[in-house]
Ligand binder design. Structure first.
Ligand code: PMP
Length: 399
């Protein structure tokens, strides 16, 4: 019989399944709040002007498509380090940070996970409760036992910081802690700067290994403030891993542009780690693709394009904020009993709204509004044309 005869059907990806159901819905008023991408005011995925300009130059230059180095484009990796840590940071100046161009934030996490499994084979890895749904599967796939630390507080819809600290303080030395730099996915609940300082102290005191996932740098407050976590860990002299994604901030999802940065204690250590991570990459996909990284590097290293990009990034950030405060105001105007002001305090693309499974189901069946069953909604899928309809629908299902 076939070697596949006993293969079972894997469960469907819950979010992609939602999009399929949305596409099949024929109601003209339908809204997909289940997505994980930024849509503009017209409900479209933007192609940024800075990206378009850099692509035009590259197309005209018509470069040959040779292999890239295993670690990717040097100009890109340097630009990423400057963005994550600051060009004048000690780790960059002292050559203690190494960066690898990777296939999106996911690819960066995977390369980091595979290398960590070789480096610390017995370490346990912990993620926030809840976390991006791919974190657990990705690290388990790399061979780790994955546990969670307390994070979200359903009462305040913010961070349960006392619970988080208690979880971190109970970890064995050498445990790897996955932290969301900002715009926590799926909750939208972030740590304050003062809380990050406390987390850094605990991580240092307990000899934990920080792995900072930064998929939304620039989406909360701006490049520098959103980089507070990696900067504080670097200032504290800790070894660490950082995964970056430019899927959202450059709207380059399908180009798969991300990076893994690793900070070591010395330049010599960093060089040895570099050689080992190159082996991980070489035996996986050999070297990264050229286009996306070349475009991001071109934008970040041209003062004009960089300024244009920062303006466009601020535009996305401000539009999401306007949708947040708009939804809070509109729900208040509809006299719902609950206090939804937390939506304006949460940051990034997502909000854990507290809507129940039943309420989410009613939004879909009665209104054609699709959201994740956990109550996660994408604030960037709202716009001035659908926000009143969504507010009406939420008010209706709360009754
Ligand atoms: N980490 C988090 C927290 C994310 O939300 C995402 C993407 N939504 C990723 C990593 C993966 O990013 P990419 O799409 O660039 O692989």
């Amino acid at each position: 019989s076939s070697i596949f005869a006993a293969v079972e059907m894997a469960p469907r990806d819950p979010i992609l399944g939602l999009t399929e159901a949305f596409n099949a819905d024929t109601r003209a008023t339908k809204v997909n709040l289940g997505v994980g991408v930024y849509y503009d005011e017209n409900g479209k995925l933007p192609l940024l002007g800075a990206v378009k300009a850099a692509e035009k130059v590259r197309l005209e230059a018509a470069p040959a498509r040779g292999y890239q180095p295993i670690e990717g484009l040097a100009a890109y990796n340097q630009a990423v380090q400057n963005l994550v840590f600051g060009a004048n940071s000690a780790v960059v100046r002292e050559n203690r940070v190494i960066t690898f161009e990777a296939l999106g934030g996911t690819g960066a996490l995977k390369v980091g996970a595979d290398y960590l499994k070789r480096l610390l084979p017995y370490a346990k890895l912990i993620i926030s409760d809840p976390s991006w749904e791919n974190h657990r599967a990705l690290f388990e796939g790399a061979g780790f036992t994955v546990d969670t630390y307390t994070y979200f507080d359903p009462a305040t819809r913010g961070v349960n910081f006392a619970g988080m600290k208690a979880s971190l303080n109970a970890l064995p030395a050498g445990s790897i802690v996955l932290l969301h730099a900002c715009c926590h996915n799926p909750t939208g609940a972030d740590l304050t700067a003062a809380q990050w300082k406390e987390v850094v102290e605990i991580v240092k005191a307990r000899d934990l290994v920080p792995f900072v996932d930064m998929a939304y740098q620039g989406f909360a407050e701006g490049i520098e403030p959103d980089g507070i976590a990696p900067r504080l860990f670097a200032d504290a002299g800790l070894d660490m891993f950082v995964s970056s994604s430019f899927s959202k901030s450059f709207s380059l999802y399908g180009e798969r542009v991300g990076a893994l940065s690793i900070v070591a204690a010395s330049k010599d250590e960093a060089a040895r780690v570099l050689s080992q991570v190159k082996r991980v990459i070489r035996t996986n996909y050999s070297n990264p693709p050229t286009h996306g990284g070349a475009i991001v590097a071109a934008v970040l290293s041209s003062p004009e394009l960089r300024q244009q990009w920062e303006g466009e990034l601020a535009g996305m950030r401000d539009r999401i904020r306007a949708m947040r405060t708009g939804l809070v105001d509109k729900l208040k105007a509809r006299k719902v009993a609950q206090d939804f002001s937390f939506i304006a305090r949460q940051r990034g693309m997502f909000s854990y709204t507290g809507l129940t499974v039943d309420q989410v189901e009613r939004l879909m069946s009665e209104f054609g509004i699709y959201a994740v069953s956990t109550g996660r909604v994408c604030m960037a899928a709202l716009n001035s044309r659908n926000i009143d309809y969504v507010a009406d629908a939420i008010a209706a299902v709360l009754k």
